[in-house]
Design a protein around this ligand. Structure first.
Ligand code: RIB
Ligand code: CA
Length: 318
């Protein structure tokens, strides 16, 4: 039987509850090898994102190193958003007490050194604002052209946004960085918010079951308790884990059922469309015949979403 080689990945994250869910999923999956984790501010501060990452990795028995990255967006201008995950990003339940600490080396240099030493082999999984990736591209574009693939939990996909009606949080927090990433030209797989809809949500009954389950299930149920409060305030008694859905698209080879090859255009102009990413489908004849660039973006448009919650909990119980 031919066994597919493991994906060699760097996970770039702004670690809150759903990022932690994704980190643990990756750490417990035998289809990926986590070489390192780089953190950026986003859901929470840089330092909190590092602590949350370390705690999640330790819980999963993973000793991957964690590197500190950007504290502010590429533009320097912070886009104010509130954390729906609580001040610590992990449910404000005092569950974050990692033994480890971040490395002294910076995230940007770690990304560049790792890609330089493994040309054509490294895949970056971006679960937060992509400031670190953009800074690495700006520092050494030639090296970053040797990234095998970027997997991005980002954009609204072909649906509505969450930061604004048209913009998704990770892009909205640093749209110039997302534009730099898309325009690098390496293959990007985008898992947008439209892949994070109701079939992938964990409802209250499941969360109650998780509270009586494994240590990992209890950790995730606690880490997302503030998110549940926020969602219930919007009339949805369930939590969504977009970063874990994105990670599932990578670690489970059969989870993705369809992708659509596109050119992605990220809007960075100030105003109501800031942070919107427009996807031009390859081969589609638009009436206006826009001048578009290289179609390097595979947008996930179908996945086995109904299986997500059960698959995730099977991993958390293992
Ligand atoms: O819009 C969802 C994304 O924003 C997720 O990555 C979540 O963790 C937040 O970073
Ligand atoms: Ca995130």
């Amino acid at each position: 039987m031919i066994v597919a080689a493991k994906h060699k990945i760097i996970i770039d994250t702004d670690t809150a509850g759903d990022d932690a869910a994704a980190l643990i999923l990756a750490a417990k999956s035998d289809t990926v090898q986590i070489l390192g984790v780089t953190v950026a501010a986003g859901n929470v501060s840089l330092d909190q994102a590092a602590l949350n990452s370390l705690a999640a990795l330790e819980l999963a028995g993973c000793d991957a190193p964690v590197y500190l990255g950007a504290t502010a967006p590429l533009s320097g201008e912070e886009k104010e958003c509130f954390s729906v995950y609580g001040r610590d990003g992990m449910g404000e339940a005092d569950i974050i007490h990692p033994k480890g600490r971040p490395q002294s080396k910076g995230a940007i240099d770690y990304i560049l050194d790792t890609v330089r030493e493994n040309p054509g082999e490294i895949e970056i999984v971006a679960l937060g604002p992509v400031t670190n990736i953009a800074l690495a591209i700006r520092k050494d574009r030639e090296t970053m052209m040797k990234v095998k693939r970027i997997w991005s939990m980002g954009t609204a996909g072909f649906g509505p946004g969450n930061a604004t009606p048209v913009a998704e949080f990770n892009v909205y927090k640093d749209a110039p960085a997302y534009k730099v990433m898309l325009e690098l030209g390496v293959p990007v797989t985008v898992i947008g918010l439209d892949m994070d809809d109701e079939p992938t949500w964990t409802d209250e009954a499941k969360l109650e079951e998780m509270k009586k389950g494994s240590e990992i299930q209890r950790f995730i149920a606690t880490a997302t308790r503030k998110l549940l409060e926020f969602k219930k305030g919007n009339g949805i008694p369930a939590v969504d884990l977009p970063d874990a859905v994105a990670m599932g698209c990578l670690v489970w080879p059969d989870f993705v059922e369809e992708t659509t090859l596109c050119y992605g255009s990220c809007i960075t102009d100030p105003g109501e469309t800031y942070g919107m990413v427009i996807f031009y489908k390859e081969g589609f004849t638009y009436d206006s015949m826009p001048k578009i660039g290289k179609c390097n973006v595979s947008v996930v448009t179908k996945a086995k979403k109904n299986e997500f919650v059960d698959r995730l909990n099977a991993v958390y119980r293992s």
